[in-house]
Write a protein that binds this ligand. Structure first.
Ligand code: PLP
Length: 409
């Protein structure tokens, strides 16, 4: 009889979002009059439609696919040149970051890339993650057998180094000890779930640590477009030495509304080499060639349109819309006496639950008393306990209404 992959059996269920859904459903069943009135600030999905210039590029590309003279089949392994060149010219060169088109790998999104990148590293590599954390980094390593067992009691995996992100360190993890034996460090800035950002000096310190200790940084910059402070780095390649220690992952989901359209990319520099001089770029190319057949041509054309003058202006407008929601939530809750952070260079607001209530107690209280839904911080890791995540991705009305209701709590 065949057996399932035992690594998958170690994974606890998708506790966080399934529990949230179950609680909302139970509440709705018990209070049908109030169920329609729930304000949701829990979702991590955008709500604004694709911008007109992007939709036009999609339509044009569909027409090309309908004509034998311009039809396209399989895309090149790394993605189309027009998109990889636009990426380099817009996301890196203007920021002084040295990234070349043959180091850019176009994909169907940052979730798959951030889950898959671990495959090119040794099976016994030790990973380090921030706590709280986007769950994909850990779960993908669990599936690959790189972790020990999960403890229900502590909410932590063995053989994983957790780096607490707390009020004390401004929700930016401290550098691990020199003898921590870490090979892969996952960082995400601007951060999901805390909304924290990293300044250039601190990011440089991570790059220096990685180069010194022979570690690689997987840098998830999915929220880079939300940075408003001109002093903050958008790419890890703005730091000296990052080409020899970092991979960067980007997404078109949060900056241009591609959550349902699917497009992202990963940069693996030629200078990133392992202990034996193996070029990780070539391994990622090999993996890409074997396991992936490319993002759709029409979607890559849509991605190119994001970088057009009109595309940049339209998507910039959408981001400003979400960030006005963030400002309303952040300032409204602060004025009401809550301790809140994030929400300035990121679409997430990180709220400290009042009077020592747990994240889940606060969730229940908000749902039952004022019908507002957010995400319990403890669902992202033990250091998230006592915090609550609110997102700016809803409508203007939902942001305004949520603030009024939470104030009335
Ligand atoms: C939303 C998000 C992504 C983007 O995922 P896609 O697969 O590109 O939609 C990546 N990383 C983090 C931390 C995210 O929150």
């Amino acid at each position: 009889m065949f057996k399932a992959n035992e690594n998958y059996l170690k994974l606890p269920g998708d506790y966080l979002f399934s529990t949230i859904a179950a609680k909302i459903e139970a509440y709705g069943a018990a209070h049908p009059d109030k169920a329609a009135n729930i304000v949701r600030l829990g979702i991590g999905d955008v709500t604004q439609p694709l911008a007109p210039s992007i939709v036009r590029a999609l339509h044009d590309a569909v027409d090309e696919m309908a004509d034998a003279a311009t039809f396209r089949g399989y895309a090149p392994d790394l993605g189309y040149d027009f998109l990889r060149q636009a990426i380099v010219d817009n996301d890196f060169t203007p920021r002084g970051a040295d990234v070349r088109p043959d180091e850019v790998f176009v994909s169907d999104g940052a979730k798959s890339d951030s889950a898959n990148i671990q495959e090119i590293f040794s099976a016994d590599a030790r990973i380090a993650v921030c706590d709280p954390v986007y769950p994909v980094y850990v779960d993908s390593n669990v599936m690959a057998g790189r972790t020990g067992a999960y403890s229900q009691e502590t909410g932590l995996w063995s053989n994983v180094t957790y780096m607490p992100c707390t009020q004390e360190n401004g929700f930016v993890a401290d550098l691990p000890d020199s003898d921590a034996g870490i090979s892969i460090i996952y960082l995400c800035f601007p951060n999901n779930p805390t909304g924290a950002v990293i300044d250039r000096a601190r990011l440089q310190a991570w790059v220096d640590y990685a180069n010194e200790h022979g570690a690689v940084i997987v840098y998830d910059a999915a929220y880079e477009a939300y940075i408003t402070d001109p002093a903050l780095p958008h790419s890890i390649y703005e730091c000296d030495g990052a080409r020899s220690c970092a991979v960067e992952i980007r997404s078109f989901s949060k900056n241009a509304g591609f959550t349902g359209t699917r497009l992202g990319y990963t940069v693996v520099p030629c200078d990133l080499r392992d202990a034996n001089g193996v070029a990780m770029r070539d391994l990622w190319a090999r993996r890409h060639g074997t396991k992936f057949n490319g993002a759709p041509y029409i979607v890559q054309r849509a991605g190119e349109a994001v970088y057009s003058e009109q595309g940049r202006s339209e998507t910039g407008e959408q981001i400003r819309f979400y960030m006005e929601n963030a400002r309303i939530i952040l300032e409204g809750l602060r004025a009401a006496g809550y301790e809140v952070s994030g929400g300035v260079n990121a679409p997430y607001i990180w709220l400290k639950t009042p009077d020592g209530t747990t994240s889940w107690e606060f969730f229940d209280q908000l749902l039952e008393s004022v019908q507002v839904v957010g995400t319990p911080g403890s669902g992202f890791g033990p250091s998230g306990e006592g915090y609550f995540r609110l997102t700016a991705f809803g409508s203007r009305e939902s942001a305004l209404e949520a603030v009024e209701r939470i104030k009335a709590l």
